[in-house]
Design a protein around this ligand. Structure first.
Ligand code: PGA
Length: 254
């Protein structure tokens, strides 16, 4: 039995369409899960998804959020708008956004606080790249991402998730071993103790992401500090994603 309720989040990235939404949501209708399950589709499909959701336990998440509330910020979508669209969580600082769209730790910090203030769940993504792992500086990279990305964050007893996504594992088919995931998650929890105190750190969930599939789900989630999964490629196959969610749900109560 898991100490914290598992959470499984699908990150569709710039993929999918109405057909994928229909098939994905249909596969969840009428089913109960002992894990929290969310799908992050491209923004444009959120409302379409909402209309299908009344009969399932799925949550909708966003792949990004603006750091701004409103104003002359072309192309941005605010936390308030996401909330109104029915969204309940936001990914912040995914490595693709850090690498290709200039996201910084400081920018992530502002986004995390904005998301919390609007009553949504922020999922702060952190992780080292291949070079950093080879140079043995994984912990210092994560230290900086966490302490800068979460500096002075006011949680107000609200929820926050961290997603550990080693960049070398994303989309490569080379997932971290369960041992590496546990080791890093334990390090992350230690940082959460420093930032928020022991009680809060023990309550917050740390997800693993990077080439998660139905074959490695059980072993990854069996690690004591792996509380959830962030799934990219495998979530684009509705049957595959459902199998991952089922396993997470089973482990929650096993
Ligand atoms: P992947 O992507 O599962 O395709 O490796 C994970 C992610 O980028 O969130």
């Amino acid at each position: 039995m898991k100490q914290r309720k598992p959470i499984v989040i699908a990150n569709w990235k710039l993929n999918g369409g109405l057909d994928l939404i229909c098939v994905s949501v249909a596969s969840f209708i009428g089913k109960h899960f002992d894990a929290d399950i969310a799908i992050c589709p491209p923004y444009i499909y959120m409302r379409d998804m909402m209309t299908f959701l009344q009969f399932s336990e799925l949550h909708i998440g966003s792949q990004n959020v603006s750091r701004f509330e409103s104003g002359a910020y072309t192309g941005e979508t605010s936390a308030q708008m996401l909330r109104e669209a029915g969204c309940s969580l936001c990914l912040v600082g995914h490595s693709e956004r850090r690498a290709m769209f200039g996201e910084t730790n400081e920018g992530c910090r502002i986004k995390v606080q904005t998301v919390i203030n609007h009553g949504l769940l922020p999922v702060l993504c952190v992780g080292e790249n291949q070079q950093e792992r080879e140079a043995n500086i994984t912990e210092s990279v994560l230290y900086q991402q966490l302490h800068e990305g979460l500096a002075n964050i006011e949680l107000h007893d609200k929820d926050l998730c961290i997603a550990y996504e080693p960049v070398w594992a994303i989309g490569t088919g080379l997932a971290a071993t369960p041992q590496i995931a546990q080791q890093v998650h334990q390090f992350i929890r230690t940082q959460l103790v420093e930032l928020f105190g022991t009680a809060t750190a023990n309550r917050l969930r740390i997800l693993y992401g990077g080439s998660v599939n139905k074959m490695n789900t059980r072993e990854l989630l069996s690690q004591p500090d792996v509380d959830g999964l962030l799934v990219g490629g495998a979530s684009l196959d509705p049957g595959h994603f459902l199998t991952i969610c089922r396993q997470a749900s089973d482990l929650a109560v096993a």
